[in-house]
Write a protein that binds this ligand. Structure first.
Ligand code: SAM
Length: 367
């Protein structure tokens, strides 16, 4: 067990201080990588801590009392996050997702939301700011987050079956706490709340149809996510994946659904609407139908490292640039170079072999 912990801590420090090129074009909002993919989304992990120990994400055997979470001094401050975000927005980012760890564990998160909401996209529009959360703290926080300018909420919920859910979060949190969080978000004025269910074969696949049925007609959108080989600690095997095609087949057999067009280019989930008009579901098929070709997402870790892929093995230490007094222009140039050279397409190349790579943990780089 000790060996595993050391591996992950090593992984956190696997980063390079980025080069600052002598000359780069001024940010135009159209920065693209080697495969022509623009930089449009930034996922920000605001904490590496979580109050759940989901077996597929932060298994207890690794993230136990001995695990070294980042000390406060290493976290990006709200001012640093806002400064970074402003530089990414200049390069074209329009959507921000606050995640973690459990982002609502970060004190006064609504203050950060308010700071980010004051930024504008390259064409002067408000940023789309969303939050991914396990919802347990939403009853306390939803109103303040809405007032601060949060645009959207995504809630993770892996089963409505009490025993299955408690076993998956592994800290005995009841389903009712998450459902109360969803209601609190709804009462605060959030609409089209997304509910993410990670499906793992033999663990919660028997609960897929019940999940779809529960939220059908509610206005909320359940999205079924294929179990992925993120990080190095969740023991992923291809055999544990239930394909989106199978999920669609199971739901369609009980409640007919039809595929509908995506809302925008690069949307992660494929959309399916109930034939009776009572709402929609989504499937996220990172394993069986890789969507690297349209991936416009960058990730900023809790301690300010830039990752250009969810399955990355190392990051680019932007915090080092900030804390050594580099100017906005210099940091924007470093970001330009990193994205300009980006080649990532891990999900297109995935094999059982690559799944064993030492990748960064999702709780640290942000889901
Ligand atoms: N704590 C927050 C939450 O529960 O939503 C945010 C962080 S969590 C890492 C973000 C999302 O990643 C959750 O929906 C979670 O279920 C998903 N996730 C984590 N590990 C995963 C895996 N191995 N495969 C697929 N999805 C995963």
């Amino acid at each position: 067990m000790t060996t595993k912990i050391i591996t992950i801590v090593d992984q956190l420090s696997a980063s390079l201080v980025p080069l600052i090129p002598a000359y780069t074009p001024a940010p135009s909002g159209m920065l693209s990588d080697t495969r022509g993919r623009l930089l449009r989304d930034l996922r920000i992990s605001v904490t590496d801590r979580c109050n759940f120990r989901c077996t597929y994400c932060m298994p207890k055997e690794v993230f136990d009392r001995g695990y070294q979470f980042l000390p406060q001094s290493k976290l990006l401050s709200f001012e640093e996050i806002t400064r970074m975000t402003r530089l990414f927005v200049a390069h074209g980012v329009e959507k921000i997702r606050l995640t973690g760890g459990e982002p609502l564990l970060r004190k006064n998160l609504e203050v950060l939301v308010e700071m980010l909401a004051a930024l504008k996209t390259q064409d002067g529009k408000p940023l789309d700011i969303s939050l991914t959360t396990n919802a347990t703290l939403l009853p306390k926080k939803a109103q303040a987050l809405k007032a601060a300018g949060l645009s959207r909420v995504t809630v993770s919920l892996d089963s409505l079956d009490e025993a299955t859910f408690r076993a998956m979060n592994d800290v005995d949190f009841p389903v009712a706490d998450v459902l109360n969080g969803i209601d609190a978000a709804h009462d605060a004025g959030f609409t089209s709340i997304k509910v993410n269910m990670v499906v793992k074969k033999g663990v919660n696949d028997q609960d897929i149809v019940a999940m779809a049925r529960h939220f059908k007609g509610s206005g909320h959108i359940v999205r079924f996510i294929e179990f992925m080989d993120v990080g190095s600690s969740n023991g992923w095997r291809m055999n544990d994946v239930v394909s989106s095609a199978e999920i669609i087949r199971m739901i369609n057999a009980e409640m007919p659904i039809i595929e509908v067009q995506s809302n925008y280019t690069g949307e992660v989930a494929q959309r399916w609407a109930y034939a009776d008009g009572s709402g929609e579901i989504g499937v996220i098929s990172s394993v069986t139908q890789a969507f690297c070709a349209s991936c416009t997402r960058a990730r900023l870790s809790t301690d300010g490292k830039l990752y250009t892929c969810l399955f990355a093995q190392s990051g680019h230490d932007l915090r080092a640039l900030m804390r050594s007094g580099k100017s906005d222009t210099q940091i924007a140039s470093a970001i330009w170079l990193i994205w300009n050279q980006r080649e990532d397409r891990y999900s297109e190349l995935r094999t059982e072999e690559t799944a064993r790579n030492k990748k960064v943990e999702m709780s640290y780089i942000g889901g």
